[in-house]
Design a protein around this ligand. Structure first.
Ligand SMILES: [Ca+2]
Ligand SMILES: [Ca+2]
Ligand SMILES: [Ca+2]
Length: 466
């Protein structure tokens, strides 16, 4: 029993130290003339309150903290989403281009300057040896460290070439951390690589989990190896996409629509609307996934699928206004996403950048249905083959009603896209007909469906433009 309690306590301590310590990662930092120096942070914990957080550098001997920034007590830092990339210039903005000055967090990427008092207060360590303590990376040794608002160590990456390396501040610092035993020349960056999972961000000097070189620097982009093109974009994508445990989707087929409902995904701060659902329909098999970095609009195609909605996570139902064709298979998918269009790279950012909108394409809700709406079994009305069929410019659809209900006509293409819709009015008994203009339809097979709200009957028409 006593052993069990100790084990449990150790587990709890370990759990807390892990979750607290790794809420933010120091991913990479760049040494140059101070004007062009930067560091890059990656947020791990979702909905993280970063008000009061500190990013600080160290002196060359790694003995004491120097300067840096403290995140201001403003709403901007209150609900930072997992996967947010924070780049900080160590002085001012070099230019006002979005690559260099990006103050909008909706896309999960910001690039701010230390001297921007909208976001930061200057931080100077109480025990800084030098009076003037700016944010300066030294060639022979330094550390970029993140502290939480209470001053607790969160994460650090350092370098030091001179023996003994590392210095005493580094040695006494809590984990997780990493030090590379080399100098960092102007024009070089120190970066975690491979950095493909959280455990890769904590190690001992000599471990090959961080690298210093002049090649492949990646400011606010996934880290790259020095001499190959491999990057840790999968890990960035993993942090930047939402979680959805056991997604389920139900579809209820009605004569003139399909009602969809699904279970809600995990969203620790729905108010910011940074997460949502992408809904698609396919009248065959879904073969193409949404592409990371791309934001789709309703009606847009993803392979053979069609986007039917983009919804916030507060909504878990949707009515697809589609007159289904009996016997036809329809596939529905609901994908969860986080973040909007990238401010710098625009819509359609290369998926390898893991920037902009990120989809969870492994945890997704799906349902396939074969529509069965009791068609051709009613005595209330009959639908006859249209004339002519194949049709070139127009065709006449005839039906015969035995009562005077309200009838509607829908024509859809093979993807289920509505091409034509007509209310036929409360016609009386007997033979009815309507002439349809099809000269604008692309050549192909179409389904036409007549419904009286209770029953539907569908037939097919081939459109040709010889
Ligand atoms: Ca941005
Ligand atoms: Ca320094
Ligand atoms: Ca990087």
């Amino acid at each position: 029993m006593k052993h069990l309690v100790i084990v449990l306590l150790l587990f709890i301590i370990l759990f807390y130290s892990q979750t607290n310590a790794q809420s933010v990662l120091v991913s990479e930092y760049f040494n140059d003339q101070p004007t062009y120096e930067w560091n890059e942070l990656l947020v791990v914990t979702d909905n993280l309150d970063m008000r009061g957080f500190v990013v600080t550098d160290n002196n060359t001997a790694q003995v004491t903290r120097q300067g840096g920034v403290r995140f201001k007590n403003i709403d901007f830092w209150r609900h930072v989403r997992a996967g947010t990339i924070i780049g900080i210039w160590h002085r001012d903005y070099p230019t006002n281009a979005k690559a260099d000055r990006d103050t909008s967090m909706a896309d999960g990427r910001i690039m701010l300057a230390k001297n921007d008092t909208m976001f930061f207060e200057a931080y100077k360590s109480n025990d800084a040896i030098v009076n003037d303590a700016p944010f300066n990376i030294a060639i022979d040794g330094d550390i970029i460290e993140v502290l939480d608002a209470a001053g607790n160590h969160i994460h650090a990456l350092g370098h030091r070439v001179v023996d003994p390396a590392p210095g005493t501040y580094y040695v006494n610092m809590a984990t997780p951390k990493m030090n590379v035993a080399t100098s960092l020349l102007n024009g070089q960056s120190n970066r975690f690589f491979p950095g493909s999972k959280l455990e890769d961000y904590n190690g001992n000097q000599g471990d090959t989990i961080a690298k210093v070189c002049i090649e492949n620097m990646t400011r606010t982009l996934p880290n790259k190896d020095c001499w190959t093109d491999s990057s840790n974009s999968d890990f960035w994508h993993f942090l930047r996409s939402p979680r959805w445990a056991s997604p389920t989707l139900n579809a209820i087929v009605k004569p003139n629509n399909v009602e969809l409902n699904w279970n809600t995904l995990s969203d620790s701060y729905p108010d910011d609307k940074m997460q949502g659902y992408l809904l698609i329909r396919d009248s065959g098999n879904v073969s193409t996934l949404p592409v990371n970095g791309t934001t789709y609009i309703t009606g847009q195609r993803i392979g053979s699928s069609i986007v039917i909605a983009n919804l916030p996570t507060s909504q878990t139902t949707f009515i697809d206004t589609l007159a289904v064709v009996s016997g036809t298979k329809y596939s529905y998918r609901v994908y969860a996403y986080r973040f909007g269009i990238d401010d710098e790279l625009g819509n359609g950012a290369n998926p390898n950048t893991s920037r902009g909108r990120q989809y969870n394409t492994t945890q997704l809700a799906s349902v396939d249905i074969i529509a069965d709406v009791e068609e051709q079994q009613t005595t209330e009305f009959k639908v006859y083959g249209c004339q002519p069929n194949p049709a070139e410019t127009e065709t006449t659809i005839r039906w015969e009603a035995s009562n005077s209900a309200q009838y509607t006509l829908h024509i859809v293409d093979v993807l289920g896209r509505l091409m034509y819709e007509q209310t036929l009015g409360g016609k009386g008994n007997g033979m009815q007909s309507i002439q349809c203009d099809v000269h604008n339809f692309p050549p192909g097979m179409y389904n036409y469906t007549i419904s009286n709200g209770k029953h539907t009957i569908s037939r097919q028409v081939l459109v040709l433009h010889p």
